[in-house]
Design a protein around this ligand. Structure first.
Ligand SMILES: Nc1nc2c(ncn2[C@@H]2O[C@H](COP(=O)(O)OP(=O)(O)OP(=O)(O)O)[C@@H](O)[C@H]2O)c(=O)[nH]1
Length: 202
């Protein structure tokens, strides 16, 4: 008996190592085929300001892009936006941007809006946006620099310049929300959908 009942593996429209790990640990077979879209351009052209709506749009656009190149396949797209008050943040471009972003997040609560979409033949079959609320400790510039010295390039691999399951945990006083939402893939709503399609044995 296997867990996955689908005729073919899921297609994951992502290069995210965290998203791959989440699916692999959940026992869901997938092929990773990153979407070649201009995320920032699409977000800017959409005129959308709400972080959850931006994440939902980009998750759907990533899945639709790959779906159009793989007819008949079930394609999963995901996106995550960080919101601090009315401002939205994306993955920092380099260490200096990560330091600047952490200085702004320190001592405050920010939200992670994680969206997932499932598309087949260009039709969106499922979408969900989940929110996690993260309370970051007050941090001195010296603490931020020490953290960045220790984590190195990983600081630019995540939207908040941290990996919560790794050393990023040291930055926080409080975490409210689903662990998978923080990692960037709302797994529980996705599993509910896959189950509803009779794709899972459990
Ligand atoms: N390991 C880890 N990754 C995180 C965490 N928080 C956010 N991320 C990752 O930060 C990235 C958010 O950027 P996105 O633009 O949504 O995705 P991406 O990395 O560009 O990958 P694509 O899906 O190909 O667009 C995702 O890869 C998330 O998995 C965390 O706490 N731990």
């Amino acid at each position: 008996m296997t867990l996955w009942l689908g005729p073919q593996p899921l297609v994951l429209a992502s290069q995210s190592s965290a998203r791959k790990t989440v699916l692999a640990n959940a026992g869901i077979p997938f092929e990773a085929i990153p979407a070649e879209i201009d995320e920032r351009g699409i977000a800017a052209a959409s005129g959308i300001a709400a972080p959850g709506a931006i994440a939902a749009l980009l998750a759907e656009q990533k899945a639709a892009f790959v779906s159009n190149h793989h007819p008949g396949r079930l394609v999963l797209g995901a996106d995550q936006t960080l919101a601090l008050g009315a401002r939205s943040f994306n993955k920092p471009a380099d260490r200096a941007a990560a330091a600047k972003q952490l200085r702004e997040l320190a001592g405050r609560r920010h939200e992670l809006h994680s969206a997932v979409a499932v598309v087949r033949n260009g039709i969106t079959l499922f979408s969900d946006v989940s929110i996690a609320r993260m309370t970051m400790r007050p941090l001195t510039d010296a603490e931020i620099e020490a953290y960045l010295d220790i984590v190195g390039d990983k600081a630019t691999a995540s939207v908040g310049a941290y990996q919560i399951e790794g050393l990023g945990v040291h930055l926080f006083d409080g975490i409210h929300g689903d662990h998978f939402t923080i990692l960037g893939l709302p797994l529980l709503p996705l599993l509910g959908f896959l189950r509803s399609q009779n794709l899972m044995a459990v």
